[in-house]
Design a protein around this ligand. Structure first.
Ligand SMILES: [Cu+2]
Length: 156
């Protein structure tokens, strides 16, 4: 093996180790908090990445899970939003958004206190350990099917 090849391999390992490799188009780590019996809304979190600039514009879940799903984010201005009291210990003001942008090669995290997918009019409570499918639609026309796990904490 030549010195040049060795340097190339080392360089690749370093990139991977630092997470410097641009991530491809995908979704990972989808989870939802369990909901109390009386709750009408649920919240889904995940990580999105895209090789090109894109935007998440719609989320669909089966009717057996919820009537529909909305994209929400935290409302820094604190006005015009709704409050989530049942989904966590804290009450946070949130607003609905029409899309969540993803820069090329970037990762966008949906997590408590920030972006989230809101399940509206749950058909039944989300029970710890359950899984359900969701389809993510993007501005580019691409879609992703993910499996959401009901959990108290993010996976991993
Ligand atoms: Cu919300």
């Amino acid at each position: 093996m030549t010195r040049g090849a060795t340097a190339l391999i080392l360089g690749s390992l370093l990139l991977a180790g630092c997470g410097g490799d641009p991530r491809g188009f995908g979704a990972s780590g989808a989870w939802a908090r369990p909901t109390p019996a009386a709750a009408t809304n649920g919240v889904v979190y995940l990580e999105l990445s895209s090789d090109t600039r894109d935007a998440l514009i719609e989320v669909d879940v089966p009717a057996g899970v919820a009537a529909h799903a909305e994209l929400h984010t935290s409302d820094a201005a604190g006005s015009g939003g709704h409050e989530h009291g049942a989904v966590g210990s804290d009450t946070v003001t949130m607003v609905q958004v029409t899309q969540v942008d993803i820069e090329a090669g970037a990762v966008v995290e949906f997590r408590p206190g920030g972006n989230h997918i809101m399940l509206v009019d749950l058909a039944r409570p989300l029970v710890l350990g359950d899984t359900f499918p969701a389809t993510l639609s993007f501005a580019s026309g691409r879609t992703l099917d993910v499996s959401v796990t009901v959990s108290d904490n993010p996976p991993g």
